[in-house]
Design a binder for this molecule. Sequence first.
Ligand code: HEC
Length: 158
Amino acid sequence: MKRVLSFVCLFSFALAVTIAAQVTAPTAGETPAGQATAQAPAKIASDADYATHMKEIGQLNGMLGKAIKGSMTDEASKAATRLEVLFKNIHGYWSAKKVDDATTAAQTAVTSLQEVQKALAANDLTAAETARAKFAGTCMTCHTAHREKLPEGGFRIK
Ligand code: HEC
């Protein structure tokens, strides 16, 4: 019985150490401030998740345009970085469904966003605006083919 007890003690100690290690672990790999919003790409699992992506894309698209026009380089690159993550997810969604034109539109969005970021890093706002216009062109292309307006308001994927 004594043996069992000491085993239990040892086990709880080991467990406590493990938990402590897990609690302290994330602080070591924390991302620098400002990059917290640019999460790693993730799989879109539902129509609701897709719509959440598009709503955020809509807001960030407006922010990106204003930031470039107002020469706010930091704001603009933050928006472009986050948009790239979102469009990588959108790309993954359509490529899994094997819908070629939508996959291409999403890919064009990703590559033009990378061009936007490159131009911003070089402080070239003219090139950033050119790449942004190319990026914004992808919205209409895909919406015309794959977005359906619902009579009760809102949209759905077609
Ligand atoms: C690859 C295809 C594709 C591209 C590219 C695309 N969209 Fe969408 N978007 C859709 C589809 C499909 C819907 C309808 C489904 C939905 O609303 O969830 C949609 C819906 C939306 C909505 C409505 C969201 C809601 O449900 O209220 C907004 C806002 C939006 N898109 C913004 C944009 C903007 C801005 C861009 C370009 C920067 C863009 N989208 C590019 C496919 C795309």
